[in-house]
Design a protein around this ligand. Structure first.
Ligand code: DCP
Ligand code: CA
Length: 407
């Protein structure tokens, strides 16, 4: 999920009045999860597609394709509501690890084009690049931006929209001007046009802040830029001062580098079924799928876990959990499947009148690993997980699966 953070004053040296012109590029994937699903399944292309929920009518639309947007579907609607507005909507479940890997892959490729400390992965589908060390003017920067767009298309077969400007906040604002597959530039001389836009378009201004600004008579970016310094300071403290600076195009924040990356403490995945199940083979399939998902997530982050929890929700018993500490950290789905099936046998056996509605797995006690295959002493053959993960990313989940022994 995207981690939207306000550009905090620690990142933003609000005391700096001016800096020489710098160039920032903001990059944002279009209709991200939906675009990835359309890429991986050509039958979905050109069609209204939403991602989120369980693939049926339950849950929330996390995003939808531009075709679905044209028909009135919006992020945050329930899938049920979206299907009423757009009956032909194809609703798909969210497959997290697949999306997470994409930005990681391309930012790794960017290291060849800009210094590493000029790359900031901001959310699951957005990043900033500082181009100052590699371009000399806007003309150069636009050429660079086009090169980046082409590279993403070639590497991942996905489109991004990009915004280019002399600071991060304006670059992020510019991205929204032209979507999908856009490239927009805000130069210093465009300030008068920017000042006519609603204040809510600015990074850091949400609906709540928009309302509070309106009470001060501030509606546009220009109103905010030209407002009384003390008025915003009184209402919002230092954040008000920062917002005013951002509005004026005086955002002095720089690239936040890897040091601030989130450190994972656990991974989990839960799946609530539309139809509760009771047959052991269905439960086995469900456990296997969740285990695969979780292991891929660990592999992307080069982590392996040692303490596994399996949670089930029976219709009549509510949530119950069992856990096991593994002999050594693993991100191999064969180990996780074996351990999870061991835990599953500790639960009361599901029956037709005593069905399971939800399966969940969580893994704690994470350890960094250097490679994809960990265990030198395992009896089973070592699997080429990197290649398998790559195939799944490129061609979809069902292209290949690791054969597991049914227990
Ligand atoms: N997302 C989510 N929960 C939300 C909003 C978004 O899980 N409340 C996910 C789904 C999106 C992805 O994060 O695909 C990126 O979010 P964006 O807001 O950037 O939206 P999109 O990329 O889907 O669309 P856009 O083309 O408007 O950027
Ligand atoms: Ca996006």
């Amino acid at each position: 999920m995207p981690i939207y953070s306000f550009p905090h004053h620690k990142d933003l040296n609000y005391k700096i009045e001016k800096h020489d012109r710098r160039y920032f590029l903001h990059l944002d994937f279009d209709a991200f999860f939906a675009q990835v699903e359309q890429r991986d399944n050509p039958k979905l292309r050109g069609k209204p597609v939403s991602v989120g929920g369980n693939g049926g009518i339950k849950g929330i639309v996390m995003t939808c394709s531009y075709e679905a947007r044209a028909l009135g579907v919006k992020t945050g609607m329930s899938v049920f509501e979206a299907k009423q507005i757009c009956p032909e909507l194809i609703s798909l479940p969210c497959y997290g690890p697949k999306y997470e890997a994409i930005l990681l892959n391309i930012t790794e490729a960017f290291i060849k084009l800009v210094p590493e400390d000029c790359i900031e992965q901001y959310s699951i589908d957005e990043c900033f690049l500082e181009l100052t060390p590699v371009v000399k003017d806007y003309f150069d920067a636009i050429r660079f931006a086009l090169k980046i767009k082409k590279l993403v298309k070639r590497m991942e077969n996905l489109t991004v929209s990009v915004g280019l400007s002399f600071n991060k906040s304006y670059a992020k604002l510019a991205t929204k001007f032209r979507k999908p597959d856009g490239l927009s530039v805000i130069r210093e001389e465009n300030r008068p046009d920017i000042y006519t836009l609603p204040a809510v378009k600015l990074w850091g201004v949400g609906n709540m802040i928009e309302k509070r600004l309106a009470m001060l008579g501030i509606f546009t970016i220009g109103d905010l830029a030209n407002c009384n310094f003390h008025a915003v300071h009184k209402e919002f403290g230092i954040n008000g001062v920062i917002l005013r600076k951002i509005a004026r195009g005086e955002d002095t924040s720089t690239i936040a580098t890897g040091k601030q990356k989130r450190i994972e403490k656990s991974f989990n995945h839960h799946h609530t079924l539309t139809e509760p199940i009771y047959k052991n083979e269905d439960a086995t399939d469900e456990i296997r799928r969740i285990g695969e998902y979780m292991c891929r997530k660990m592999r992307y982050k080069n982590l392996a876990g040692k303490h596994l929890f399996l949670t089930l929700r029976f219709d009549d018993l509510g949530f119950i959990s069992e856990d096991i500490k593994l002999f050594s950290p693993t991100n191999d789905e064969r180990d996780i499947f074996e351990a999870a099936m061991h835990l599953y046998k500790r639960f009361p056996e599901p029956e037709p009148f005593h069905k399971v509605r939800m399966f969940g797995m969580t893994i704690f006690d994470l350890h960094p690993v250097t490679g994809y295959n960990l265990d030198l002493f395992r009896k089973q053959p070592i699997l080429p997980y990197k290649e398998l993960d790559y195939l799944k990313e490129k061609y979809g989940e069902n292209i290949i699966r690791v054969g597991l022994t049914r227990l």
